[in-house]
Write a protein that binds this ligand. Structure first.
Ligand SMILES: [Zn+2]
Ligand SMILES: [Zn+2]
Length: 242
């Protein structure tokens, strides 16, 4: 079964990457696609409609104050997260193929729609002065061949005409995977991981592909606040449920 699935997946990759797939939907291969997705697949993308206004954590119900428990008790250093999708099928597999296999065409529809979403959502006064990709440790970058956060930031920077600085913050050491650690262990794990090494403006956006626990963005925003940022937004493609 696994082998058959693998074969199907390889066949699918081959079809998506072949020249004849130009203009096809990356998730169902339908021939009439716009920016890599057909209309039904685009409307089926898992939108993150109901979420915490600060960290974009998906919420199960709506209330007068849309804040998750963590943002209510311990507000982070950032003010707002713009994250249009939930990390569910097919967004998770599209991001996975882009990030781990370097297949950029799976990210193209998400990047294009994300850029339109930002364009419509942000007023002139809310536009960041600088985009800062979530830094990756050099060893991981070397293993993967590229930093997807930097790639996303550069695309958005070009589309929205906002400068990108991927040298402003360095990730000083590798950390253990955040998943499975409790809150205290996550914060210790990330303590002093980020070093801001250049002057940054007051209004910035941190750009990442997926926000999982939120501990990384909290630590990064904390370091940027210490370096003088006053209004920090988080921009990411997708948010996991917790
Ligand atoms: Zn489709
Ligand atoms: Zn929150």
């Amino acid at each position: 079964m696994i082998n058959r699935l693998k074969l199907l997946s390889t066949l699918f990759d081959h079809l998506v990457n072949s020249d004849t797939s130009a203009g096809r939907c990356v998730t169902c291969l339908h021939p009439s696609a716009f920016n890599g997705l057909c209309a039904p697949c685009r409307s089926d993308l898992p939108r993150n409609r109901l979420h915490c206004d600060i960290c974009a954590l998906p919420l199960a119900f709506s209330g007068p104050v849309r804040r998750c428990g963590e943002c209510l008790t311990q507000p982070p250093a950032f003010t707002r997260s713009l994250i249009p999708w939930r990390y569910q099928f097919p967004v998770d597999s599209m991001i996975g193929r882009y990030k781990y296999n370097g297949q950029r065409k799976f990210a193209r529809p998400l990047l294009s729609d994300f850029s339109d979403y930002l364009e419509h959502t942000l007023s002139d006064g809310e536009r960041p002065e600088l985009l800062i990709p979530a830094p990756m440790h050099w060893r991981r970058r070397w293993q993967r061949g590229f930093n997807q956060s930097q790639d996303i930031a550069e695309y958005l920077g070009r589309r929205l005409e906002i400068p990108v600085n991927s040298q402003a913050v360095q990730r000083k050491r590798q950390v253990r995977a955040q998943r499975g650690l409790n809150r205290a262990a996550r914060l210790t794990n990330l303590n002093k991981v980020f070093e801001v090494c250049q002057a940054i403006p007051e209004r910035v956006a941190i750009v990442d592909d997926v926000v999982t626990t939120g501990a990384t963005t909290r630590a990064l925003a904390g370091a940027l606040t210490k370096a003088g940022a006053r209004e920090i937004q988080i921009w990411a493609l997708a948010r996991t449920p917790g």
